[in-house]
Write a protein that binds this ligand. Structure first.
Ligand code: KG4
Ligand code: ZN
Length: 342
């Protein structure tokens, strides 16, 4: 039995998780996980403040790891390796995880594994027992990225599409802020949209050039701002004649889903791929899941989402991706550094 401790600190979640697998099982099993969200610290600012995120990780990291081991009824002797997200993310926040992981790997005399946070988002489906073998189209829908990857049979990933401005989750957060909804904006918009009409408000769908697999969400975000606060966006509250927050939220979700469906369809046509694996915080959105599943059903053999609990940032997906590297013998040394970019 191999047990991996995964550490995630790339943004505003401080998480430690233990996954285990025996040599015959494809999919890892979650033993235990702690996720300490910093939402209450950043809420007042309407977005993540890097310095606050970093300071909070300093305070909570060792406590979160200790608590995870304790509640799992395990000791350090039960852990075979430590996996840590070392990119991409906020540099200060990432450094907290990387430094802690290095110190523990040295003290416990076990291997250290570097994990790409985005690869981990795609690996999250394995925690639900759905290990999808490449080739497939990997789709990251998160607060920092909107990426399309052609994941080749060899496991090599080619970035074939990305956002040219706001990431999809970022657009949710900014559109929510424009309408005076709470932070994080994704869940707030999803909740408001439940009572709204997705066809009520006309919003732009920027598809960019004819063959482009890139995204642009800044236009739809700004359109929400103008519909709510007027063209000069001077008003704090809604202008007279503004649509209801419910209708605007539902129409925003509809516009975003529409773009995602069309871009994924385009990517499937261009690559000839038939399977889609998704990951990232925005995959927690039920409406988007439904739209993608139903509207892409004729083009795909398989479309797989992570379990809701593994959609947003979590240590379990880091440990799950780490398990793969462990099996491949792909370890990091103590020169491991954090880096903000992909
Ligand atoms: O993957 P994630 O936890 O962090 C990054 O790697 O960026 O994604 C966070 C993003 C935030 O922008 C948040 O608003 C969005 O995911 N999100 C959602 C939902 N839950 C979280 N967006 C839409 N609907 C949701 N239910
Ligand atoms: Zn993430």
């Amino acid at each position: 039995m191999t047990r991996i401790l995964g550490i995630e600190s790339s943004c505003d979640e401080c998480s430690a998780a233990i996954v285990e697998a025996d040599a015959n099982s494809d999919c890892p099993r979650l033993v235990h996980q702690i996720i300490l969200s910093q939402v209450d610290l950043h809420e007042a600012y309407g977005g993540v403040v890097p310095e606050i995120a970093c300071r909070s990780h300093v305070e909570s990291m060792t406590r979160v790891i200790e608590q995870c081991l304790q509640e799992a009824n395990l000791t350090r002797q039960d852990i075979g390796a430590i996996a840590v997200a070392n990119h991409p993310g906020l540099i200060g926040a990432l450094l907290m995880g990387v430094t802690t992981a290095k110190a523990l790997a040295w003290a416990w005399e076990i291997p250290l594994i570097a994990v790409d946070h985005l690869e981990a988002h795609l690996e999250a489906v394995a925690l639900g027992g759905e290990a999808v073998a490449p080739p497939f189209l990997g789709v990251i829908l998160s607060g920092g990225h909107t990426d399309l990857y052609h994941v080749k049979e060899s496991g090599e990933r080619e970035l074939i599409g990305h956002t040219e401005d706001d990431a999809v989750g970022e657009a949710f957060d900014k559109a929510a802020k424009a309408m005076g909804l709470s932070y994080p904006g994704g869940p707030a918009i999803e909740k408001a949209a439940l009572k709204g009409d997705p066809k009520a408000v006309e919003l732009p769908r920027n598809m960019l050039k004819k063959d482009s697999l890139n995204f642009s969400f800044s236009g739809v975000k700004t359109a929400v701002l103008y519909k709510w606060r007027g063209q000069n966006a001077k008003n704090q509250g809604p202008i007279e004649g503004a649509p209801s927050v419910e209708d605007l939220a539902a129409s925003f979700q509809e516009a975003v889903s529409d773009v995602l469906v069309k871009k994924i369809r385009r990517a499937l046509q261009q690559t000839g791929l038939k399977r889609v694996v998704l990951g990232g915080g925005v995959t927690a959105n039920k409406y988007i899941r439904e739209q993608l599943t139903t509207r892409l059903s004729t083009q795909v053999e398989k479309i797989v989402f992570p379990a809701f609990s593994f959609s947003t940032d979590n240590g379990a997906m880091i440990a799950a991706r780490g398990l793969q590297s462990f099996r491949e013998g792909n370890f990091a040394d103590f020169h491991l550094d954090a880096k903000p970019s992909r």
